[in-house]
Ligand binder design. Sequence first.
Ligand code: BES
Ligand code: ZN
Length: 984
Amino acid sequence: MYRLTVTRKAAQCFLGSLTLGTVPSLHLSARSVFSPAVIRPHLRPQRSLAPPLCAFSTATATPVAMAATDKPVEKFRKDYKPSPYLISTVHLDFQLNEESTLVQSKLRIVPNHAESSPVSLFLNGHADVVLESIRVNGADLEASHYAADAQGLTIKSGLPSGEWDLEIATRIKPQENTSLEGLYRSGGMFCSQCEAEGFRHITYFLDRPDVMAKYTSRIEADKAKYPVLLSNGNLVDQGDLEGGRHFTVWEDPFVKPCYLFALVAGDLAVQEDTFRTMSGKDVALRIYTDAHNTSKVAFAMQSLKRAMKWDEETFGLEYDLDLFNIVAVDDFNMGAMENKSLNLFNSRLVLATPDTATDADFGRIEGVVGHEYFHNWTGNRVTCRDWFQLTLKEGLTVYRDQEFSADLNSRGVKRVEDVARLRAAQFPEDAGPLAHAIRPDSVIKMDNFYTATVYEKGAEVVRLYEALLGRAGFRAGLDLYFARHDGGAVTCDDFRAAMADASGADLGGLEGWYARAGTPRVEVGVEHDAGAGTLTVTATQAPPVLTARGGGGDDGRAGDAQAGEQGDSPPPLLIPIRLGLLGADGAQQPLHLRSGPGPDPAGGSEAVLRLEHQRQTWVFERVPARPVPSVLRGFSAPVRLTVRGQSREDLLFLLAHDADAFNRWEAAQRLGTALVLERYGAAVADGAGDGAEARAARAAGEADAGLADALRALLADPRLDGQFKAHALALPDLAELVPEVPGADPLLLHHVREAAARALAAALRPELERAARDNSDPPGAPYEFEAGACARRALKNAALGALARLGGEGVTQDLLARFRAATNMTDEAAALAALDRIGGKVRQEALDAFYAKWKHEPLVLLKWIAMQAASNLPGNTAAVRTLMQHEAVKLSNPNTCYSLFLAFARSPVNFHAADGSGYEFMADSVLQIDQINHQVAARMVGVFNSWRNYDAERGALMTAALRRMASANGISANVYEIVTKALP
Ligand code: BES
Ligand code: ZN
């Protein structure tokens, strides 16, 4: 299957698109860079210049260097203190102009400390914010009372006691803002992005999520250029002004932290709909886009209505305002943002038609629209006390969007996809130098903590509650959470307490999941006693294996950074293990638990075992014959599982029979992994001096007959979902295989994987041809994004992709014909990807034809960019450097960068080229992009984090690239944090 790009967010999200936004001027402000001397990693720690009333005190124990303004200061979770002041109301006034924007803010300040006289007040700010005036209770404040610098504004004296009004005027230049945080321009419009700490780029403020206020926002701008002026809440006033200007006033009745503030001004077209809530209220739904894109929002609108309905039905959660707006923005660092009643979306997650978007794109749009909508309760009505608690809203909301998509589509397939992503992105992160707990203990740049761990592992941790409490118990816990905390800013501990209190369950064993990094290991063994008719299940848990930051073993490679088995083991975790037993006929056996913790399944076919000690045993009765156990069904906990004594036959049996779709797929993955690793070993042992490809081909030999037979049976099973079959056919991703091989040669591993896939395709050729034929739509069939149709396309395209590995004139011609005749992007992109695999002249012709057809659709061109960047043609790095000059490539646009650079890093042949040219290209690009957008550059530099997984030569080349970046002039704090943590 064609994959648009890369991993989610350094991981997560979405990533990978392109857009037509205008190119913001390159802004190389001297104020936002470091001087070269200050970024050496081992400088003596520096104290922060932040005033003492700042929420977090400064690191003294960790070597952190100093910069001119963008100071890498490490902040610690343990240092949380409530703010000495709160803000009850905020009145904002924006005068938008082409040269600059005047922001006037009036804050009602409320003391929140026990001192008898006023303490000083520190408001966060940024070097780009220019202070124009400051007034206290209506009178200008004397200059001696306050001081402003690049970090913020301190009012040291002259503060009234009790509540008071603070008025601040600042001037900013959104048109020069290429960082895309705070207020900036994209295309012809003004838009904002304030999470996590962007509001301080707009005005001086208590920029922390536990300061929640009621907002009124007035926006004034030229009416012809910016007919649409939006902010949060309800429109309460609007009118025309002199000089062709106009204004709107918005009032948000709900208290919120400033990270949820949003502003949009532009010449936008709107599509409207309505949703009637469960209590009978009509909500106006509006999606704003550039005029030429209005035809592409129907699916997003439908997804929004489905999300609103689903949240009512599933969690009893109703929308709370009379309107809900979504705006599509071309230049956007992330996927989308949940600002109260004014969600901002990366265009690529809103705009979709069958001819421009793939099934995967539609699925992503549905999920992200749901995700941001669901934040209205999990994030907005109840928010985070501090940013260390980010997983409180993100882990929970990812869990909710996963469930939403599972309910609307195929649950089994969704679970497989989510776990595959977790393993490909989060497991490596959690075993590498940037491993952190889902609730981190310290942070330099908060932007760097929107990670696969906080999001995906965080969602898995929420899923643990569901596994332990059941659906009803989980729902009761969530109900109590809202009852207790609506309107509040709370912690992960508050969430766990609500879950425990609502159910009466002991959930203390979940604490460690928040506090510790790394993937825990679990081993399960079963022993059958034929005489007694019992099955004894034993489970043990062991702490994660982490790669030490700063060197583990003698060679600085894999080591155990945790208190390991030798030292004091951390207290055991609570781990739910979902289990079933299969009889000789493949049917599920009824379960009768004799003893041990966990509810007796009482004859049901599934048990959830509560593993909460280091080692535990359960005895099942009335088990006359040895069953095949199906362990950790549905991936009931994010652990690395070993099933002791599990044979190849057991796995083939599970693949053929397991009622649990996830474990069926898992069996195929385990068989595939074993196959590739065994053949990789043979290729390494092959003494011939020829290239990796030749050695891989010899080692791969014939297909594994057992696996081929099992997959053949799977393909023939009419009851199975086509998407599921497509997933089962795929060998594990390279990202999952690499960590299994100490000191992996990525090139050889890639070629072995390819050769093994080719051998499997050859063995299954007739079945693949049939699958491609039987699942092809008749010419002119309408496209539908619907489970059955998606399943047919998925299987057909997986089969075509596999056949492309075999090559041959017949296959090539068939693919070319399909490419030309395709009537939807799913089939067109899949055919293009297959032709890309075939290479040569057809590849180039297809790419050229694709460009000619889609050159006016920037989102489609993202696919074209990513496909070329990820190519495994030897020497493609030079082609990618050339591609950077193409008119379709706009480096100020994050989607373009993700499609270009993160896709490139997925090419084992070129990123990992033995001469280091791929690493050099990537490092050059990181430094170039860091001058434009720190957040994007920091995402890009993450591709070097895995250097310890590779052979010594590559490890040395990758660390050399990291060192070069670390010592380059003027890198951002964002990039600084990642490179210094990644280095030994
Ligand atoms: N709150 C985030 C967006 C965000 C994160 C903005 C960090 C600024 C900084 C939003 O809810 C989110 O999580 N978006 C995801 C997509 C989601 C489906 C996981 C994203 O942007 O990748
Ligand atoms: Zn989110």
